[in-house]
Design a binder for this molecule. Sequence first.
Ligand SMILES: NC(=O)c1ccc[n+]([C@@H]2O[C@H](COP(=O)([O-])OP(=O)(O)OC[C@H]3O[C@@H](n4cnc5c(N)ncnc54)[C@H](O)[C@@H]3O)[C@@H](O)[C@H]2O)c1
Length: 306
Amino acid sequence: MERIHIAVLGAGRMGCGIAQVFAAAGHPVSLYDTQPAALAAAPATIAAMSRALGQEERVGSLVFTGDLAAAVRPAGLVIEAAPENLALKRELFQRVEALAGEQALLATNTSAIAIGEISEGMAAAARLCGMHFWNPPHLVRLVEVVQADATADTTIQQAMSLLESIGMSPVHVRRDIPGFIGNRLQHALKREAIALVAAGVCDAATLDKVVKEGFGSRLGVIGPLEQSDLVGVDLTYAIHRYLNADLDNTPGAHPYLESLVKDGKLGMKTGEGFYTWTDERGREVKARMDEFLARQAREKLSGQSS
Ligand SMILES: NC(=O)c1ccc[n+]([C@@H]2O[C@H](COP(=O)([O-])OP(=O)(O)OC[C@H]3O[C@@H](n4cnc5c(N)ncnc54)[C@H](O)[C@@H]3O)[C@@H](O)[C@H]2O)c1
């Protein structure tokens, strides 16, 4: 395998995970951040991710740096995972394109900002694509590779092959639309979920139980369109003709969600959101999710190596 120097910009939640997956696959990685505290915390975070997967800790092979030029100059791929702020990302990429080699691929891990808005005015816009990793990147293999109008086809091909070569599961998003594919689907579901709770149809726990123990229990093995074909497209058609007009279509955020935010009910971090939380219950839920994802990821990794 050709080793490609990877520069990851932003050593937060996503940047550490992205750095871990490339380092675990044997690529040299530089992790850049503007905050010394983030750089100091990153090695232990990355080592813990490797341990969760039963992988060798390769933290010694990573370079943690506050020097953008040192991270970007040798890179064949630069992945930006800095805060979700258009002005910040634009400014960072303008500096990156002046520092990076002429062949370097450039990628942004933005959750929702259109890639074309970030690359506006960049000379290297053809080499920039979206590379939307999911949280946590070391456990969730899907990556949405997003093509903006200016992104060259070769950029997409190279990004997809590199991600496949390290065991990630890339998909090509052919148009630069807000939320890409995954977040559009996820938030279409959340929109209806919030509307049901707001209308008093059920409480949050009932809603989540219906998803987890109902259709959600099969989503990991059969997608919604496969399932439509399984039961017959005519059934989906009949249901949509009857039901769609009744589904929530509130423009913007639902007033119920807005009132939670206004009341400071922000979820686990404030002790209340859709549920009431203690620190212990929050830790339990997080551990449950991490262990579930880690088990799946370990099974996939052992399948790939056998
Ligand atoms: N958290 C998620 O679930 C998730 C999922 C997919 C994509 N994303 C996207 O990934 C990006 C990073 O999110 P996160 O959750 O890791 O955020 P985070 O706040 O955990 O980390 C961001 C890091 O960027 C650093 N930073 C600030 N200014 C910088 C600069 N100018 N250059 C380099 N680094 C800088 C911060 O010090 C921090 O360490 C965002 O665009 C976010 O929308 C997040």
